[in-house]
Design a protein around this ligand. Structure first.
Ligand code: NZQ
Ligand code: ZN
Length: 386
């Protein structure tokens, strides 16, 4: 196992009826910004519950944070936070709202020019942010218990991430009943996003880390078992609860400590969203099967372990088992109505050099756990998925 530090102070408040605890969790004596997305919280009663839990507080609302939150929108909130001297930001929504709030919180205290720079320049570190908390309404990203934020800039068609302990939420309220109002598409997206988060931290090469491996496998199996139940019956509380906790555990850092991590699927997937506005999870369902194929040699041992322990694939030659395992993964994604080929999203071969050029322009030579998925291989991955 590799050396590691694990720091995760987020207070998770989990279960039905927990939104009312906001009254104890949100700091008093400071001005609060309540940030939300396109309005789902007004339809499913979450907004009313939040407001009921926060009577008499000095509160400003900022709505309209889009899926794949936009820098252009978030900068408007940054102005308000500065002008109104906001001391705490409460995100009420999905991963996009929370990621947006993390950016707003960091950008409001950023003193070194355009905050976009801390997304483009990995050497710039965010050390300060306005304190924030969340009421999560969509199990998917794990943003509720990590320091990641992904922001899209429309003017340059870029989608970039930053990570900082300073933007870890003080608390996140996870009430599984929020799942009841999710459209089918968002449930499917959530299951696949969480699944691929686990794969990015698991499907690499062995470093003798049985705890991390078995935690990872348990999350994958849980998503395989509970995902279809949630899709079939949105009001199945237990299935919703298990799905929600699985999504959090998939990306709160725990399974990724001491092991190599890949993240090539996400890195390429973000370009598909940046150029073609494809939902985040769908981009992952396209890219991951291609990476499994192109990197089947360097990922061989973990591919076989994953196939055997998660899908029960034990028969055949090594290559047959690997192909069967990749097929199982594709079938799982497609069973949620998520196509895994670019053609299903009307994207043709002409897009591949555009993506490759972007990596070349950024000076990137290789990505993945060994940094050896080259630009040529990125093209190969996408070509396989045409
Ligand atoms: O905007 P509203 O009206 O709230 O509607 C949203 C949005 O249209 C809706 N929704 C959310 N909760 C709902 C609901 N509709 C009905 N009932 C509810 N309870 O769902 C739509 C999608 O919401 P969004 O927040 O965009 O989805 P998600 O949570 O999947 O977040 C995706 C974003 O997270 C980033 C992605 O790149 C993408 O920008 N990621 C963040 C990560 C992180 N912070 O660690 C990791 C991920 O890999 C990912 O990259
Ligand atoms: Zn993701």
């Amino acid at each position: 196992m590799q050396n590691f530090e694990f720091f995760n102070p987020v207070n998770i408040v989990f279960g039905q009826g927990q939104i009312k605890k906001l009254s104890h969790l949100v700091p008093t004596g400071t001005k609060i910004m309540l940030a939300y997305g396109g309005g789902s919280i007004f339809k499913n009663g979450v907004y009313d519950q939040v407001k009921a839990a926060l009577p008499g507080l000095d509160l400003i609302e900022f709505g309209g944070i889009e899926p794949n939150p936009r820098y252009e929108t978030l900068m408007k909130a940054v102005e308000i936070v500065k002008n109104e001297k906001i001391g705490f930001i409460l995100a009420v929504g999905g991963g996009s709202v929370l990621d947006g709030v993390k950016f707003i919180a960091a950008a409001a205290l950023w003193e070194e020019g355009d905050p976009w720079n801390f997304l483009t320049n990995r050497k710039l570190v965010v050390t300060k942010a306005i304190p924030l908390g969340s009421v999560m309404t969509l199990p998917a990203t794990g943003s509720e218990m990590n320091g990641n934020s992904v922001v899209t800039r429309l003017s340059t068609q870029e989608k970039l991430a930053f990570n900082a302990n300073a933007v870890l939420p003080l608390f996140s309220i996870l009430d599984p009943t929020v799942v009841y109002s999710l459209p089918e598409k968002q449930v499917a997206n959530g299951v696949v996003d969480a699944f691929v988060h686990v794969m990015e931290q698991y499907l690499t090469y062995p470093v003798d880390s049985p705890i991390q491996d078995r935690f990872a496998e348990s999350i994958l199996v849980t998503l395989i078992e509970e995902g279809p139940k949630v899709l079939a019956n949105r009001s199945d509380y237990d299935a919703a609860a298990n799905f929600m906790w699985a999504a959090t555990m998939a990306l709160n850092g725990l399974i990724g400590v001491g092991v190599p991590q890949d993240w090539a699927t996400h890195t390429i997937g973000h370009e598909l969203t940046a150029f073609h506005d494809i939902d985040h999870a769908r981009t992952l369902a396209i890219v991951l099967p291609g990476i499994m194929q192109v990197k089947k040699e360097s990922k061989r041992e973990k591919l076989l372990q994953y196939g055997e322990r998660v899908w029960g694939v034990r028969e055949g030659t090594v290559n047959e088992r690997i192909q069967h395992t990749i097929q199982k993964t594709v079938t799982f994604f497609e069973s949620f109505g998520i196509p895994t080929k670019l053609s299903a999203y009307n994207i043709g071969a002409d897009f591949i050099p555009v993506v490759c050029q972007r990596f070349t322009d950024r000076g990137i030579k290789g990505i993945g756990e060994k940094g050896d998925l080259t630009i040529e291989q990125i093209a190969e991955v996408l070509t396989l998925q045409l």
